[in-house]
Design a protein around this ligand. Structure first.
Ligand SMILES: [Mn+2]
Length: 385
């Protein structure tokens, strides 16, 4: 083997291969180490179960490749140092994860698909008379560093991220991700609630069984979330349930734990106002806060093709958005939109609908004065009062 000269040695049959093998050693890694240091400072150290301590809780560098795109939700300001998130009133973050999907994958691209779809929207909404740029101190703090192929480690990262935002008194808005994240988001949030937390859950599926395919999957979040002491199943309201994909073991759990199931037929028969009123009554009963978990597949599959378990016969977009508005009006502790799978999407329909759920919920809360009350103090690009 010849010495490394900076030039391929033509006497070797693998001249280029041999040269490149040596050349890599001369490249150095100063900028990578800086990037990792910055990631650990601005994105927090990872959950204790993560062995590789160069990994952060929030993505701040190159990896993982499916996460961390810097285009923000609605082009709102980005906060690089998540330690400074307490300067905001609302923090958006992505949870790129599809390891919990039991059929179609692709929700690891959900956060970037949803963010990109918001390029279509302005910050002003006509019917609600709200301009988020002027009225809401909202920031995007990037994506959680999930671990592909390991749900439990990903759950630990998600709970840690959620807890970080919640403990700063900031309202989290989560861009999923498959629905398995409903458990770790509640697990991160619940300890910071001053009492019980109710859950309003939009979905075609109950998602209440203990395991699926031997693991906690996207069919199981509410079994585990309602095991958390201050997130009782009696405060869980599930709207839009029905069809051919609600496993019987999950139905049994809901019956035993006395959660409330409302079908699409119920919505049609009773009307949106009465259903929203009922849902709020149950979710808020003896609770200090309510969390909204919105599975985009609750909307008829014809409008949202890009999702993990499409189920025909769901809510119409108009019904769903009106319900979201009504249940958001009294204020939310947080909101997640899950199961948007851009690889299965067509013309960004599903991503656009996912964005609308978030935007309409925020507008409703600004309009009722539940949001829009906290001005930025730090010297940074900011929205809001
Ligand atoms: Mn679902």
């Amino acid at each position: 083997m010849s010495e490394f000269t900076g030039r391929p040695d033509p006497s070797l049959p693998n001249a280029e291969g041999a040269w490149a093998q040596q050349a890599e050693a001369n490249l150095g890694d100063r900028r990578l180490r800086e990037e990792i240091d910055r990631g650990l400072t601005f994105g927090l150290e990872a959950a204790p179960t993560i062995n590789d301590r160069t990994i952060s809780t929030f993505v701040r560098g190159e990896k993982p490749h499916f996460a961390g795109e810097r285009g923000t939700f609605l082009k709102c300001p980005f906060i690089e140092d998540v330690n400074e998130v307490d300067d905001a009133e609302v923090a958006i973050f992505g949870v790129p994860l599809d390891a919990g999907a039991t059929y179609r994958p692709g929700t690891r691209f959900g956060p970037q698909g949803i963010r990109r779809s918001t390029n279509l929207f302005g910050t002003y909404n006509y019917e609600s008379g709200v301009d988020l740029r002027e009225q809401l101190n909202m920031v995007d703090i990037g994506d959680v560093f999930t671990i592909p192929g390991n749900l439990e480690k990903s759950f630990d990262q998600i709970s840690q991220a959620m807890a970080h935002v919640a403990q700063k008194g900031v309202m989290p808005i989560v861009l999923g991700g498959d629905h398995s994240i409903g458990f770790p988001t509640i697990r991160g949030l619940a300890p910071y609630m001053d009492g019980n937390i109710g859950i309003i859950h939009f979905d075609r599926h109950v998602d209440t069984q203990e395991t699926d395919l031997d693991e906690r999957m996207h069919t199981t979040p509410w079994f585990h979330a309602t095991n958390i002491k201050n997130a009782p199943a009696t405060n869980l309201v599930q709207i839009g349930i029905g069809g051919w994909q609600s496993p019987r073991e999950g139905v049994k759990v809901g019956r035993d734990r006395k959660s409330t199931v409302i079908t699409v037929g119920d919505v049609e028969r009773v009307g949106i106002e009465k259903i929203a009123e009922t849902a709020l009554e149950i979710a808020w009963k003896g609770a200090k806060a309510v969390y909204l978990s919105f599975d985009i597949d609750v909307i008829d599959a014809g409008f949202v093709p890009g999702t993990g378990w499409p189920e025909p016969g769901g809510l119409l977009p108009r019904e769903a958005l009106n319900l979201v508005k009504l249940v958001s009006e009294p204020g939310l502790a947080g909101l997640e939109v899950v199961e948007c799978s851009p690889p299965y999407d067509w013309a960004e329909q599903t991503a656009l609908m996912s964005s609308r759920v978030i935007l309409d919920s925020l507008a409703a809360q600004v309009r009722t004065g539940k949001l829009g009350n906290k001005a930025a103090k730090a010297d940074r690009p900011a929205w809001g009062p």
